[in-house]
Design a binder for this molecule. Structure first.
Ligand code: ACO
Length: 173
């Protein structure tokens, strides 16, 4: 069962919400359902999501009771945390929420005293690579054959079979 890490006392965010511009995020509580419908926009299968989601904190944006965006923060070690999944409901994409979520994740990484925030995406995901670099992330590694090794079926995006994952990192100051 999903249990926010801060409940486990592995780390405790000092702020309950990130409040930048008009959007705000909150930590998903352990009694709430994992928003797989959102997370499946950014990852292929529930099995793949389950490999990281139970050891992560999930932050969500909501309008009324509807979750419209989420990101998943997975601690790699004491110093580094990775955004394993970031997704905005299709109806709300292109309104700056993705950019806000990346800012929010940086704030939370700082609150957790992390030194680096990581994110990975397919080498063909040009929109995402553009967004992450505008948000201050820099390329530092390639996980070759990641999508071939970690998924049972080939994944295609814009007519290209996904193969390698580009890893980006942002220093948290
Ligand atoms: N074409 C090219 N670039 C675009 C487009 C587009 N159609 N739309 C947005 N962008 C880029 C631009 O650089 C934009 O910057 P700008 O404001 O200067 O124009 C930037 O993205 C920010 O746009 P936002 O509106 O903040 O992005 P959005 O709210 O749509 O969120 C996200 C971006 C999370 C990628 C969203 O589109 C989404 O959920 N996509 C499906 C799931 C996904 O691909 N997730 C990432 C996978 S990798 C991972 O999860 C670790």
């Amino acid at each position: 069962m999903y249990k926010p890490i801060s409940d486990n006392k592995r780390f405790e965010p000092k702020m309950k919400t990130g409040d930048i511009n008009k959007w705000r995020t909150r930590l998903l509580e352990c009694h709430e359902q994992i928003p797989y419908d959102l997370l499946l926009l950014a990852d292929e299968t529930i099995e793949a999501i389950n490999k990281y989601v139970f050891d992560s904190n999930i932050y969500v944006v909501e309008i009324g009771h509807k979750l419209i965006a989420a990101y998943v923060m997975y601690p790699l070690n004491e110093n580094e945390v990775e955004i394993k999944n970031i997704a905005v409901d299709k109806a709300y994409q292109g309104k700056g929420i993705g950019r806000f979520l990346l800012q929010d994740a940086s704030v939370r990484a700082k609150e957790e005293n992390r030194q680096s925030l990581l994110i990975g995406t397919a080498a063909v995901a040009l929109k995402q690579l553009n967004l992450y670099q505008k948000a201050g992330f820099e390329l530092f590694d390639v996980k070759y054959d990641f999508f071939i090794t970690n998924y049972p079926e080939p994944i295609f995006q814009d007519g290209v079979m996904l193969k390698d994952m580009i890893m980006l990192r942002k220093a948290i100051k």
